[in-house]
Design a protein around this ligand. Structure first.
Ligand SMILES: NC(=O)c1ccc[n+]([C@@H]2O[C@H](COP(=O)([O-])OP(=O)(O)OC[C@H]3O[C@@H](n4cnc5c(N)ncnc54)[C@H](OP(=O)(O)O)[C@@H]3O)[C@@H](O)[C@H]2O)c1
Length: 261
């Protein structure tokens, strides 16, 4: 019997790389996508030497308009169908919104929202036809509240959460399991890329290993969980915030985002 295929964006590092390990260990062939080609090639070699799966690296910048269509055309022309789509690629930016880089904001929204949405739109109809498949979207615990000093990133994850919950409802009973994976601070390149490593959030909420988050995400998706928040401290934070006025939550997040001294 042929292996199923999972397409994972942002598999060159962090949570995406660990998700690639998990899916390969479950016998999935992989299509792994990111910009850093050499990391993808290393991962291809590593996974194929450990597991009886085939790994196809695709070097692509997902911030480019039309990149979802390019990827879809590439995988379709090779006759591959994708059983599970993992929209993991994403990044943030730190600082006062009025001082942020306009192009960087645009690219962030493109990767975190536009490409994620387009890939989901392109790959789900074939899953629906087969009445089998899955989508895992990387949201975050930041999706549940506004995020001063990372306003665009938090808002982008709120979109991912809302979109994913709505999609899960539309696809209920279709054979396609849809999950929004919501980690808190995780040990990856994210804090460096974002400039967040010295924030109260990352100093006080000790980041957890990306491997644990990936394994948790896979299990949650397998069980058909729609919103999967990693870890008790994160679940408690999200639960507690329900009882606070939005303004208070906003100020609380501003404090958490501040650089710790
Ligand atoms: N770490 C955390 O604390 C945390 C918490 C909650 C949610 N998340 C979310 O988890 C996801 C994975 O992040 P991570 O923490 O694992 O960070 P990471 O180690 O920096 O990984 C980000 C991945 O996204 C890829 N990526 C970024 N921009 C891209 C682009 N323009 N085109 C193609 N690929 C791109 C990167 O690949 P290349 O650089 O090779 O392109 C990399 O593989 C993100 O969506 C992030 O928002 C992270």
């Amino acid at each position: 019997m042929m292996n199923q295929t999972a397409l994972i964006t942002g598999a060159s590092s962090g949570i995406g790389l660990e998700l690639a390990h998990v899916f390969a260990s479950k016998g999935y062939d992989l299509i792994i996508v990111a910009r850093r080609e050499s990391l993808l090639l290393d991962l291809e070699r590593q996974l194929e030497s450990i597991h009886p799966v085939s790994v196809t690296p695709v070097t692509l910048d997902l911030s480019l308009p039309g990149s979802a269509a390019t990827l879809y055309a590439q995988t379709s022309s090779s006759g591959r169908h994708v059983d599970v789509l993992v929209n993991n690629a994403g990044f943030g930016d730190y600082g006062d919104f009025t001082e942020t880089d306009v192009q960087k904001n645009h690219d962030m929204l493109q990767v975190n929202i536009v490409t994620l949405t387009a890939l989901t739109r392109l790959y789900t109809p074939a899953m629906l036809e087969r009445r089998h498949g899955g989508v895992i979207n990387l949201a975050s615990i930041v999706a549940f509240q506004p995020g001063p000093l990372m306003a665009v990133y938090y808002a982008s994850k709120a979109y991912v959460l809302s979109f994913t919950e709505a999609l899960a409802s539309e696809l209920a009973g279709s054979g396609i399991a849809v999950t929004a994976l919501c980690p808190g601070p995780t040990e990856t390149g994210f804090a460096d890329v974002t400039g967040l490593e010295k924030s109260v959030l990352f100093e006080r909420f000790r980041p957890v290993p990306a491997k644990d988050v990936a394994e948790f995400g896979y299990r949650a998706w397998e069980k058909g969980k729609v919103v999967a928040i990693y870890g008790l401290p994160n679940k408690s934070l999200v639960f507690g915030e329900r009882f606070l006025p939005r303004g208070v939550t906003s100020n609380l997040m501003k404090w958490m985002q501040k650089k710790a001294v």
